[in-house]
Write a protein that binds this ligand. Structure first.
Ligand SMILES: C[S@@+](CC[C@H](N)C(=O)[O-])C[C@H]1O[C@@H](n2cnc3c(N)ncnc32)[C@H](O)[C@@H]1O
Length: 291
């Protein structure tokens, strides 16, 4: 999948992406909670694959300074608009006199995670990459991106990177297969390909066709070979991933806000259980660059 094809995919998928984190609130709850636990105050953060900019907004509100980028020009436009509408400072000079950067969004630009050459070595305290690794379908591309995000981190800096586990997406693909009367038996071969290589070439969904589905044990070595070691791995919606639907969350928010809060906390409490990781739609890798 070329960067251009991924950009086209997200260019045409902007309204869903813009509301996704509200429709599926678990992911935002878990990611925001653990990010804030691991970030040092006043960090300068690269958010690559920032999409509509929700994390850039959340992190800048928590006192950090964000450089955001995305391969999709439409997502870049959307992020700029959302940042402005959220009242977050965008593109202002870092006028702080001390050595901490001022909070806000420094810039939002087109950017490809496999080539971060516009940024000097060790220029960020943290990197957030919630998106690029879903679509890097060859090991060479994944290694290039892993090398780039590590290079731009300062020693001791933190990486947050998301992945799509193969077991969960096999379950989804199987469900589509067994419930779709028009599914040709050729699709069974696709499922073999998914099991062996983590790819789904002939399905209808352009998103799934453009994705790479990881095995959990493939994640840590991708970064450790660059000098960045895992400190945590969490399921982003673990125990609720199989039933997580926008209408279910909406109903809970309206009828049972206390229960909703407890469900979110329970998902967080169980997020590091190794038996839960593979059955989550996404997992969040947190790594630290060797000091
Ligand atoms: C599922 S969206 C997630 C957006 C945002 N990070 C969030 O969590 O809400 C994935 C984003 O990653 C971007 N993306 C995919 N591959 C990328 C790459 N190689 N470099 C930069 N952005 C990329 C897509 O354009 C898309 O906006």
């Amino acid at each position: 999948m070329t960067p251009h094809a991924v950009a086209e995919l997200y260019d045409s998928w902007s309204s869903f992406q813009n509301s996704r984190l509200d429709a599926y609130p678990c992911e935002l709850h878990i990611h925001r909670t653990v990010m804030l636990e691991h970030l040092s105050p006043g960090s300068r953060i690269l958010d690559v694959g920032a999409g509509p900019g929700r994390y850039a907004i959340e992190l800048s509100r928590a006192g950090h300074r964000i450089v955001a980028g995305d391969v999709s020009p439409i997502q870049v436009e959307l992020a700029r608009r959302n940042v402005a509408e959220a009242g977050v400072a965008l593109g202002q000079d870092d006028g702080e006199a001390d050595d901490r950067p001022s909070a806000g969004v420094e810039s939002v630009d087109e950017l490809d995670a496999v080539d971060l050459s516009r940024f000097p070595n060790e220029s960020f305290d943290a990197v957030v990459a919630l998106g690029p690794f879903y679509h890097l379908q060859s090991i060479d591309e994944r290694r290039r991106a892993a090398s780039e995000v590590t290079r731009v981190l300062r020693p001791g800096g933190i990486l947050f990177a998301s992945f799509m586990p193969r077991a969960f997406w096999l379950s989804m693909a199987l469900h589509t297969f067994v419930t779709d009367p028009a599914a040709p038996s050729a699709q069974l071969e696709e499922l073999e390909r998914l099991l062996e290589r983590g790819l789904l070439g002939k399905v209808r969904s352009p998103q799934l066709k453009a994705s790479w589905f990881c095995r959990i044990e493939e994640i840590a070595p991708l970064f450790s070979e660059q000098g960045l070691d895992q400190i945590r791995l969490l399921a982003s919606s673990g125990v609720v991933a199989v039933w997580s639907r926008p209408d279910t969350w909406r109903g809970l928010a309206e009828r049972e806000p206390v229960v909703r809060r407890k469900v979110l906390d329970l998902v967080l409490r169980t997020a590091s259980d190794p038996y839960v990781l593979g059955m989550s739609d996404q997992v969040l890798f947190i790594g630290k660059k060797s000091p």
